[in-house]
Design a protein around this ligand. Structure first.
Ligand code: CU
Length: 157
């Protein structure tokens, strides 16, 4: 019986080793989220680097910090008003990067369950088509400290 257990354990270890990606995987860098008020909205930004050997897509996100989490793209509408369009999927090519930043792609946190103040952090899970999930601890920062106060995308370096 003991021998059988050892065998199962060894098999599990082997399996998890083989399940690891061979050429790295999806990484998120410099993640931060905007301050916000309970019942209001916030947005999270980061740089995604696809170190895996295949193209991937960001297909959604989830967090228990908000009632709903969506992937959005901000862009200037024909009427000169900034619009946010929900994205079903955003490509992250193999060996490439996807930058989520003010005025562009972002993870929208809709209906915050509590105030987000500078120094807080939230847990955010990104869902990918091929690389599964990536769970991040995202610090809350003042957008003004991050080089831009608005969503216009021209004030970020
Ligand atoms: Cu948005």
């Amino acid at each position: 019986m003991k021998k059988f257990l050892m065998f199962v354990l060894a098999g599990t270890l082997l399996l998890s080793a083989c399940g690891a990606p061979m050429e790295g995987s999806m990484e998120a860098k410099d993640a931060w989220a905007r301050t916000g008020m309970k019942d209001g909205n916030s947005a999270a930004y980061m740089m995604l680097a696809n170190g895996a050997g295949q193209d991937d897509e960001l297909v959604g996100a989830s967090s228990d910090a908000a009632n709903a989490v969506e992937v959005h793209l901000s862009q200037m509408g024909a009427d000169g008003v900034m619009q946010m369009l929900q994205q079903e999927s955003v490509a992250v090519p193999a060996g490439g990067m996807l930058e989520l930043k003010p005025g562009s792609y972002h993870v929208m946190l809709i209906g915050l369950k509590q105030d987000l103040n500078v120094g807080d952090s939230i847990t955010l899970t990104l869902h990918f088509k091929n690389n599964g999930e990536l769970t991040l601890t995202v610090p809350v920062k003042d957008a003004a400290d991050m080089g831009g106060s608005g969503m216009d995308g021209h004030t970020m370096p």
